[in-house]
Design a protein. Sequence first.
Length: 156
Amino acid sequence: MPYTPEERKEHYLKNRDKILAKSRKFYANNTELMKQRAKEWRERHRAKILANAEKYRVENRSKIRQGAKDRNRKYRELVFNHYGNKCECCGESNWEFLTIDHIGGGGSKHRKEIGAQGFYRWLVKNNYPSGLRTLCFNCNTSRGWFGYCPHKPEEI
């Protein structure tokens, strides 16, 4: 006679540790099989997975945006801690004004290569490449547009 759901639950709760240990051992011995099963399951249920993901995005829009802002702020903080927390030209240290400058130009071309989104994340993932420095927005823009900064016109 089959067990009732209550009896199965009671059995599981009594033997939870033994059941979990057996499951972990099976998974460890059959990792490739389990990965293949998971992949097949995801393929069979793709529409449901996408629908649930969209539903989550709609219901948690502000939470998702806040998470993205927090991640971006964290990457920005890591980058400026590495390259310096003040403008190399004028000494501005208010982080809201700071940017990363490509020494010798080429920032626009570089952005097109890696994509404009996630520049600070890219810098962290690529171990803070050389050829970059911290400038404030005014100094960076002036150097880009005019080829010099009014703070240091002698560098023309």
